[in-house]
Design a protein around this ligand. Sequence first.
Ligand code: G7M
Length: 319
Amino acid sequence: MASDEAHDLTSVESVQLIRQFQFEKVLNHDTRSKSINILGTINSTPAIVTAEKTAFAAHDEAAIANLLTVENGFPSIRLLDRNDIYRWYMAVLVQDLETSPGAKVSLIWPATKTHVEKYGKQRRRVIRETPELYRKILLPYIEKMRGDRIQWVYNILSHKVEADRIVYENPDPQQGFILLPDLKWDRTTMDSVYLVAIVHRRDIASIRDLNKSHIAWLKSVHSEIIQAATQTYTVISATQLRVYVHYLPSYYHFHIHVTNVEHDAGDGAAVGKAIMLSDLIARLEEMSDEVYGFANSTFTYLLGENSELWKDAYASVID
Ligand code: G7M
């Protein structure tokens, strides 16, 4: 069928058309936008279907207000886990083709070769944190951030919560850590595997506390993480894991992010926040004995203008 004939199909015929789609292969997918591009055929002619999970109708306040009421919203909801003041759930939202469809689906048919090839807010500042700025601004801030805010971390380390989720534990109080699913992961989708490794020792608030004496330890943590993750999730190999640390982190108790490289972790895996653990180790190895540790280094990161750190500290120093 020529494209103008395809265009002329009635709406009923168009619905019948997409129902004839025969799957061939996945062209692309994006865990962040929750979308997928699929190549297939309709009547032996190439077709591309893209499906994107719909966003919430935030402008429809009545609908949003009803989202959490059992009568109107969740027919079923299941607690995934809880930790301190944090709770996370899985739910089936009521879907209705007219008012709240689950996905937006597009069809290109007939699709050309070019089509097949084609198918990818707060303001932020760049902060260059010198050792002096670290001591003057970050250190006092970190002290403030190490209280209740990391209770969830201690709950995990003491097996009080999330204990049945532990993927791997080295229980040694100095050398050890717990590897478990990050709360952002649905624990099902292999392409978006997201784990977090939390060290048992409490003397490292951030990478700023790491120095040359930690090199051997960091190397063994790195290899234990990779071994445990690939043994548990056998579809993922060592070179498919992104093992990195945030600077700045949100929580000041040393922990390491472990994700499937296919997962688009957005800003959390972007320049200005994420640093590969192996690069940190290499940097320590190459560091002179005089410098000795990251407390004496410079790091550059992104900082949101709404953050306390910007408003209360950096804004007056930098702007
Ligand atoms: O930016 P930062 O490196 O501090 O990231 C902390 C990570 O810990 C994030 O990826 C969070 O999703 C994750 N996380 C935060 N909380 C509160 C929890 C929790 O209670 N349980 C688990 N498993 N992960 C968490």
